[in-house]
Design a protein around this ligand. Sequence first.
Ligand code: GLU
Length: 417
Amino acid sequence: MKTPIPDYLNEVLDSLRADTSGNTAQYIPELAQANPDLFALSVTTATGSTYSAGDHLTEFSIQSISKPFAYAAAIMDRGLERVLQSVGVEASGEAFNELSLEDGTHRPKNPMINAGAITTHGLLVSQTASAESRVSRVLELFSHLAGRELRIDEKVYASEIQTADHNLATAHMLRSYGIIDADAHEVVSGYTRQCSILVTVEDLSLMSATLANGGIQPRTRERVLTEDVARQVMSVMAVAGMYDGAGDWLTRVGIPAKSGVAGGLVGVLPDQVGIGAFSPRLDAHGNSQRSGRVFERLSTDMGLHLFAPSSGQLDVVDVRQEATHEVFTLQGNVQFMAAAELLDLMAASTSRTAVLLDISRVYSFTSVARRMALEGLRRLRLDSRRVILNDPLQVLANPDLGDGSYPESPADEHHEV
Ligand code: GLU
């Protein structure tokens, strides 16, 4: 049997090929000349399976899609607090190249607009870092995220830097407000190199699947980002990834995303997928016209909206009284909600028998759900009940009840009989 997913992705591309509206980015000569008919799509699951369609081996410059990933690097290098001092996390509601500075502090409103991204680039590595080391830092991080060695397209760089007056003006303004310390030309040059890194849609889908997977690259299994950094980046993409169209995008499509003027579009759904699409013609906001429509279709057809209530029951909580035990059962991927339900059932219990918590069909606990379940057992034991844990897969790993003691295991119980 062959998986039908690539056929479906091809069908999505075919259904949108006729849309030739919009134009390639005109303000960067090298991008203006791109073949406007290229069209590609790639989806990588958080477990590392990639499905692609169309021109998925074609490389193009990452452009603004570099911004969320460079933001991740800056947070890891300098700490979130330091980064927040210089760049905010609010929607700007304005175009990508507006200054959009916050009243009073003069911080750029977010790291997704050019002013915020130029500032972010200047924060990379350390306060005294060289211009080259900032560029190497992003190139190396992006390569780890994509799982292969990426390179810079010097032709795109040379073409964009010649017409970079707007970004240079932005950098000079930022420096005049004390938001960037480094030389304005050096920072814009480094930022433009960052934008000229070449990627394919598969690279993009793997980079965002790493975010979806909480920072672990799903193919190489390398932890590239911490969970906190991945969460911060996805949140900012949801707030500001689509510039002045961010609210419309989040409500209608519901996939936190970031576009680039070369025609790329990256999207992420936590715990599920990373998506990369590419089509060089842009709409009035500077976002890829057909890539946007691809995302709309994926969102509708596959229920990939961030706020779509999941129809399948992810976890099951149950309680039943048997002759010698009261059995609490959990199943699935246990998060806060199921753990809260378990604690409610435990609190409502009037039985005096031993307690058996059966988690033999649980795949995973979030760390908070784990703590909640163990605390429930601890409290039941304080009520003088024997507590037994059936965890053959050891999903709770070290089930310390918080006071250095452990629940009994069903095997201990068997020996006693
Ligand atoms: N390098 C481009 C610029 O700074 C990126 C813009 C974009 O991709 O939206 O103008």
